[in-house]
Write a protein that binds this ligand. Sequence first.
Ligand code: GLA
Length: 494
Amino acid sequence: MDYVEVVESVREIYDKDQTAKYDFIAQRFFHDFGSYPGFFARAPGRVNIIGEHIDYSGYPVLPMALDRDTIMAVRRTEMRNIVIKNIQRNKFPEATFSLDQKLSDEHVWTNYFVAGYRSVTEEIPVENRVGMLIMVDGDVPIASGLSSSASFTVCAALATLYANNPFGKTSYKEYLPEDHPKAKNMLEDYYVASTRISKIQLAELTTRFERMVGTQCGGMDQTISILAEAGTASFIEFNPIRLEAVPLPSGCTFVIANSLTPSPKVLTIATRYNKRVVECRIAVALIAKAFNLPIFPKTLKEIQEELGRSLEEMIEIVNLHIREEEYTTAMLEETFGTLLIEIVKDIQYSDIVLNNNTSYKPRQRALHVYNEAKRVYEFKNVCQNNGDCERLGRLMTESHNSCRDLYECSSEQLETLIGLAIEGGAIGSRLTGAGWGGCCISLVRNEQLEEMYRKMLKFYENNPLVTDDNVIFSTVPCRGACILESKYFAWAGQ
Ligand code: GLA
């Protein structure tokens, strides 16, 4: 089993030294809570290189972790609650939770904390859970397709896990050194969860709990945030989760640029993300109906397996059996001989989608998914064989065109930005993450990098809030989430 690591220094985490980032949070922690944190949990954001909107249909994706992350400075406390503060306190007001906190019905930032917290505490009786003081900071741009929410949820899960179960120890007495003043006062019944949670279990749990917040996501973001390896992108397969390292081509660079149009997934689930999840399920049901399957599979991958066809054959089947024009709810209900909700009821919050829409485009969505899956397999093969940048760039551009035309998840600003990247010499460019705003990722030859930046910076001209490195930056694949003990810092022991 592979478990989240506890590292000894900031240098083990990143390419460049980022100790200052941790010192800053520790000082703010001290300022607000009167003592220094006991440890840090950190979980990175990610950029998806190719394979968009296909994880929840069961197909593989190819992301890499960023060197930008959510960091939580944590101290265990004997108070029976959790106090969480954010460095950006105006945007994210402080909150206090009970040790059995439920998700709020309102869309509040702390829901992502609660989702992460609950994902690892189900097995721990409330009376055995510990209180925590937490200071959060992060540099993953929010609602920008770089997985700020998953990095937050994963970080919360990890902070909770480590506070409640210092990885394998069964009691705090055992965990703390004997001469530690706290160890003497430690209550006998302060036992911690004795079962360990592997990285894969953690990815599954955090995905399941993040879905409770609203978005019916696949598992890409949580999986890469937890299991990423430094220096390589990952080909991730699902059910069960498997990862394969994918070397990135040399001689070219991946550049991320922000369209500065945030796309908060949870606020638009009815008409965007969750609607696509429902449309994919409708496509599965239409194919199942056409083949008279007695039981309808759940995903486009499952039905492919059920029919024993190749991806090319699935594309033909979709073209043959699903009409191009939109389907209205009434039309679908007549075809299935049942209410539409019966087809999608196991998808959480699907009632919200059905209540807000009267028509669906299952053919376009399924065509995107099957073609995009083909591109991911090819992209991986090219990277593992000759690393031909031209071919990779073309696959990225094809992926984007499909997201724009078939999945309809691009935006005007993304189109402008991607247009500038191509004009500046990018070999390929595409939206990344859920889309409808957020970031794009471009592949460019190193000798063309400067020219591409020059062109793309036009997008940000006259925007006073912009500094180059927060809107456009290149990245190398970083390692996944980990714990960092405070004892290695200069201020430790104070
Ligand atoms: C979000 C979801 C992922 C994935 C992408 C689109 O990031 O959390 O599971 O579906 O959108 O590829």
